[in-house]
Design a protein around this ligand. Structure first.
Ligand SMILES: *[C@@H]1O[C@H](CO)[C@@H](O)[C@H](O)[C@H]1NC(C)=O
Length: 412
């Protein structure tokens, strides 16, 4: 069998196992890595599967009850067992009972209607005061979570640099800028956002103070280029085709930009600053969904707008009630993300809180943050960008506290 066939053979095995036992596969996850809302579950790698693929199961079965797989073909004689790696018990692969891999024991980490987040956050980057050391941040605003590499990229605005911070690391590493504030091609000036392109070969950066979008190669530290000049770039998003969306804080619009475009296409706003449904006022962070709808934190208008593909005007999706009847329901929205059920999560710098707006509810519900300015683990101080990881944990850029906060998803 060549590599290609082996790959498909393994995928076939994993799929048939999954169907058979109604358990979930884990991909690109470390051996014993987090794969469930139940912390007592972890990823058990399957022999020969690449990219850290395996099955999510209970971490603590009694080792002596697990028998080694048949060493010639890694099969398991006992019924309802499958062959997995479990080096904490034995160097040889072991036959593991599938009953301990079912979804009722190890629920998948996806957001559902009952999802709540632990109110005490873990600081995963910064939190060591405002400064320019590698364990510090200085007015971070935008962020990008890289699920495959288990790290985040942070637009560290006041340090004029982009830092890459691995989960669990004490320090970040500078991956763009860090050469002082300036407009040379290797410098940044208050970068506000950064994302990776689809191939993860380049960082795309909103170099806000220089009014440009720049692209930095991840491989070659000498390779930088200006993608788009003369744009008040604040927030970036990418759709599943690899098209780039850019919010322009100065011209109150969002543009879509395809590789090779000179100007791009206006996809939200573009009718001057204002509060009509075809206008925006100082848009900040944006989100694009699988239907190419764009969600905009329309900051100065205290609202979140949704612009469907090719729409001439937007829909106000939050707050859902007329602001006159419900003043103060949204104060300075700066970030917006959407889950797979269509719930909208909004970061509000004015109320230091993240709120959720469900399609069939009139009021926003608090998610995290205490509606007060502070630096405790349950508090935020001027939150900006926000993001989920693939498990549904929530990350918030806590700008004035110079830190990134992780709120763990919690189903119980
Ligand atoms: C192990 O697998 C081989 C090949 O399929 C088979 O011939 C052998 O009988 C198996 N051994 C046991 C103990 O089941």
């Amino acid at each position: 069998m060549n590599t290609f066939n082996i790959h498909y053979y393994i995928v076939f095995i994993i799929l048939s196992i999954t169907v058979q036992i109604q358990s979930q596969i884990c991909e690109k996850t470390a051996q014993y890595g987090q794969c469930s809302t139940n912390n007592a579950c972890g990823c058990f790698h399957i022999l020969g599967a690449d990219d850290g693929a395996g099955i999510c199961g209970f971490l603590w079965p009694i080792c002596s009850r697990l028998v080694p797989c048949n060493s010639s073909d890694n099969s398991c004689l006992q019924s309802n067992t499958i062959c997995v790696q479990h080096p904490q018990c034995d160097d040889r692969p072991l036959c593991y009972p599938v009953t301990m891999m079912k979804e009722n024991i190890c629920p998948p980490m996806i957001i559902n209607i009952n999802s709540k987040w632990k109110q005490n956050a873990i600081t995963i980057a910064g939190g060591n005061g405002q400064g320019s050391e590698l364990n510090q941040l200085n007015q971070p605003y935008g962020m990008y979570v890289d699920n495959d590499d288990q790290c985040i990229y942070i637009a560290d605005g006041g340090n004029h640099r982009i830092v890459r911070w691995e989960f669990d690391a004490a320090n970040g590493q500078i991956v763009a800028g860090g050469n002082g504030m300036g407009s040379a091609i290797n410098q940044l000036n208050y970068p506000m956002d950064a994302i990776l392109d689809r191939e993860k070969k380049h960082l795309i950066i909103c170099d806000y103070g220089n009014m440009r979008v720049v692209r930095w190669s991840r491989q070659n530290s000498q390779d930088q280029q200006i993608l788009i000049p003369f744009i008040g770039c604040w927030g970036l998003a990418m759709d599943n085709n690899g098209d780039l969306y850019i919010s322009d804080m100065e011209r109150h619009q969002v543009r879509r930009w395809q590789e090779g475009d000179r100007e791009g296409t206006i996809v939200a706003g573009g009718n001057g600053q204002g509060n009509q449904f075809n206008q925006l006022s100082n848009p900040t962070y944006i989100f694009v969904d699988e239907y190419y709808s764009i969600y905009v934190a329309d900051t100065r208008n205290n609202r979140v707008m949704k612009w469907m593909k090719n729409a001439a005007e937007g829909i106000r999706i939050a707050p859902t009630q007329v602001p006159e009847e419900n003043p103060g329901s949204m104060v300075g929205p700066t970030g917006v993300i959407v889950d797979h059920m269509g719930n909208i999560y909004v970061s509000n710098m004015g109320s230091h809180q993240i709120t959720r707006w469900s399609p069939d509810e009139m009021e926003g519900a608090p998610v995290v943050g205490k509606k007060e300015d502070g630096s405790g683990s349950t508090q935020l101080s001027y939150s900006y960008d926000l993001s989920f990881d693939r498990y549904g944990n929530l990350y918030v850029v806590d700008t004035e506290n110079n830190r990134i906060q992780k709120f763990i998803i919690n189903l119980d």
